[in-house]
Every structure is written in structure tokens, then in C-alpha cells.
Write a protein that binds this ligand. Structure first.
Ligand SMILES: C[S@@+](CC[C@H](N)C(=O)[O-])C[C@H]1O[C@@H](n2cnc3c(N)ncnc32)[C@H](O)[C@@H]1O
Length: 211
């Protein structure tokens, strides 16, 4: 196993990244725009590097990483902008594994909701589903009032967006009962155009990391 440069995209406190290392010399970087999460992450996981930034305009040079992972951060970004950035920062042959919310998330969120705010959240979830429909049909998503942004993705929509961003071997992984599903793929290497590779991460890795 060789040293890998791994980026956790929308890392929050970085708990997924903390489980991602397989080699002691791996370079582990988390990016998020929440200062509070980054602060907590730096205290909990001092061996990780945390960077504050926007997932849709990553502050890294092209081809800086071998793997990009990210757990339910893509739902809060414009899908095609974000995936194009993930593609840019991956080295040729590099792979990604990202999770996004599915309809089970909406079902659980609404059934757990209580009180007066419930209809507002229902409306917001309708907006997030409509954003998934826009993405499914190849259109750009729209922001909610005040700049809030969320999407409930479809498997077809996210797979097509990943292919349009330049990825090959795009694969969607679903598991009954989960509120998210995974999408993975790799950036083709022009020097080895026929090469194909599996993403190093999958739902199994994520669920094991969750414990
Ligand atoms: C549901 S949390 C998931 C956090 C973490 N991946 C985890 O599993 O605990 C979504 C994260 O995405 C981050 N996020 C949302 N939009 C972002 C953006 N445009 N750029 C960077 N981070 C973003 C949020 O700050 C938040 O930490």
C-alpha cells in the first residue's frame, strides 16, 4: 500500500477522515466552511490537517489528491460545480466516494419532526426534492430563500452529473433503510486510458467507520 493524499470534502469534525488512513505517511486533509466544526475537529484529531474553504471553489492546486471522500456534504452544494472541483483536484487515476441523501432521509426527518415547524420543514423538503428533480433532468439547482441550499438526489441524476464532470466507472451504491447512498468513480488517466479502478471507499467502509 503506497502513501495516499486523501481529501475529506465537507469534513465537519473530520471523524470519517480520521478512519481513512491506511498508511502512516498518508496526507489527510479535511475541508469545510464551518469554523466551529473545524475547531472541534482540530482538538479531537490533531494529526489531521483542516482547511477552511468552499467545496465549490477548492483552495487546492489541480491533481493534489489521490482520493476524495465526503459524507453527506454534497447535498448542500451545487452538484455539478462541486463534482467538477473534485475532478480538478484529483490526480489522474484518483478516485472519489461521496454520499448524498435519499428519500428515506426525508421520510425519517419528517416523521421525527414535531410541533408547529413541521409544515415549514415539509415545504423545505419539497424544495430539496425539486432540486433533485432539476439535477436529475440536467438542470442547475436553485437556492432556498436566504441562500440556504439542499438537494435530495436521485441515483440517475448524480451518476450523470459525475460522468459529465469527467469521471469514469461511476457506480451508485444503495442499502435499504439508510438515509443516504454512495456514489463513486475515478478520474481517467490519459497515460493509461484503458485502466479502470475501484474506489478505495464504499458504504461498507463508511458504516464500519461509524461503528
Ligand atoms: C451533514 S454535515 C456532514 C459533515 C461530515 N462529513 C460528517 O459526516 O459528520 C455537512 C457538512 O458540509 C459542510 N458544507 C456544506 N456546504 C459546504 C460548502 N459549500 N463548502 C464546504 N463545506 C460545506 C457543512 O459545514 C457541514 O459540515
Amino acid at each position: 500500500m503506497t502513501r495516499q493524499r486523501i481529501l475529506d470534502f465537507g469534513c465537519g469534525t473530520g471523524w470519517v477522515l480520521a478512519k481513512a488512513s491506511r498508511h502512516r505517511d498518508d496526507v489527510l486533509v479535511g475541508i469545510d466552511y464551518s469554523l466551529a466544526d473545524l475547531g472541534e475537529g482540530s482538538r479531537r484529531f490533531p494529526h489531521l490537517s483542516f482547511v477552511r474553504g468552499n467545496g465549490m471553489a477548492l483552495p487546492f492546486a489541480a491533481a493534489s489528491f489521490d482520493e476524495v471522500i465526503g459524507h453527506v456534504s454534497l447535498p448542500y452544494m451545487n452538484t455539478s460545480h462541486a463534482l467538477r472541483e473534485v475532478h480538478r483536484v484529483l490526480a489522474p487515476g484518483g478516485s472519489f466516494f461521496l454520499t448524498v441523501h435519499c428519500m428515506e432521509y426525508v421520510r425519517q426527518r419528517l416523521s421525527n419532526g414535531v410541533g408547529k415547524g413541521r409544515w415549514k420543514d415539509g415545504l423545505f423538503m419539497l424544495y430539496a426534492i425539486a432540486n433533485g428533480f432539476l439535477n436529475h433532468c440536467g438542470f442547475s439547482q436553485v437556492s432556498w430563500f436566504g441562500g440556504k441550499f439542499e438537494t435530495i438526489h436521485t441515483a440517475g441524476g448524480i451518476a450523470r452529473t459525475a460522468r459529465r464532470a469527467g469521471f469514469s466507472g461511476v457506480h451508485v451504491e444503495r442499502r435499504p433503510g439508510l438515509i443516504f447512498f454512495g456514489v463513486s468513480g475515478f478520474k481517467p488517466d490519459p497515460e493509461h486510458p484503458k485502466a479502470s479502478r475501484d474506489a478505495s471507499w464504499s458504504l461498507n467502509h463508511l458504516l464500519t467507520a461509524k461503528g
